[in-house]
Design a protein around this ligand. Structure first.
Ligand code: 2AM
Ligand code: CA
Length: 259
């Protein structure tokens, strides 16, 4: 299997779908926006984009099944699975804001082996298909070396259903407000890639789904970073909770914010 060749095809597919998202954003009307839950939006654009992705990825690699955010195709247990989010950052999207992205991962027997995340507005294509090599467009990525919360640049997200544990984590973060800069950008897939690119030191969020994190987490690991669940374990793709970091600051985030 030529993963590099497949990755190039996937980047092309992500670009085509991303340009569709970008072009549709200005045309989206208020009555075309639905709510899946409080603060949780979906539009016909999410669904159309997902169908475009499924058709193109099926053609590129027919052996793989799908796990998708909008469930336009049923999940089937297979050795290979595409895990896709056609539009990550839908809340930004429906408000005419950025960033938003297309996120595509290929999993083989439980391990991600390829990841692509594309931001069509910033024209940023994050990708990886080989351990140790992650790219932003054609530039090789590396995480930064920020090792402490002091002067940290930290991304996070607020879960749609904010439970007591989530509130505690936000309170813990608040106690660090004097020390570091926090950002909520609104696209988990991209925010994990920002850690891979050395822009942010870390990103944490609970309530996430596999399609939000699978591609970004692989790209981050290929750039030398680290992912864990809130207990420090490896259940961050299906476990709904993730801490992504440059590695150097990971323990301090776990000790001071996630505990
Ligand atoms: P979405 O745009 O596809 O809904 C915003 O906090 C980021 O987290 C987005 O990437 C959003 O994905 C994702 N997200 C997914 N599930 C979430 C949840 N339960 N609560 C908040 N954000 C969620
Ligand atoms: Ca998403």
């Amino acid at each position: 299997m030529d993963l590099e060749k497949l990755c190039n095809e996937v980047k092309h597919i992500a670009r085509t779908t991303g340009m569709y998202l970008k072009n549709q954003q200005a045309l989206l009307r208020h009555n075309e926006i639905e709510l899946k839950g409080t603060r949780n939006y979906v539009t016909y654009v999410d669904k159309e984009a997902e169908q475009m992705l499924v058709a193109a990825l099926q053609k590129a690699f027919p052996e793989a099944g799908f796990l998708t955010e909008e469930h336009t195709v049923a999940f089937e247990q297979r050795a290979f699975t595409w895990i896709i989010d056609p539009l990550d950052g839908t809340t930004n999207y429906v408000h005419g804001d950025t960033p938003f992205s297309v996120s595509i991962a290929l999993m083989k027997e439980g391990e991600v082996i390829l990841g692509v995340v594309f931001d069509p507005v910033a024209d940023q294509m994050f990708s990886a298909s080989e351990k140790g090599k992650a790219f932003l467009n054609d530039v090789l990525l590396q995480v930064n070396s920020q090792a402490t919360l002091e002067n940290g640049y930290i991304g996070f997200g607020i879960p749609y259903s904010l439970d007591e544990k989530g509130e505690q984590i936000l309170r813990n973060a608040m106690t660090q407000f004097r020390k570091c800069s926090f950002r909520i950008k609104g696209s988990a897939a991209l925010e994990i890639c920002y850690v891979a690119a050395g822009i942010s030191d870390t990103y944490f969020h609970s309530g996430l789904s596999p399609w939000d994190v699978a591609a970004g987490a692989f790209i981050l690991q290929c750039a030398g970073g680290k992912c864990s669940d809130f207990h420090g374990g490896n259940n961050y793709i299906f476990g709904k909770e993730m801490v992504a970091s440059n590695g150097a600051i990971h323990q301090e985030i776990m000790d001071h914010i996630i505990h």
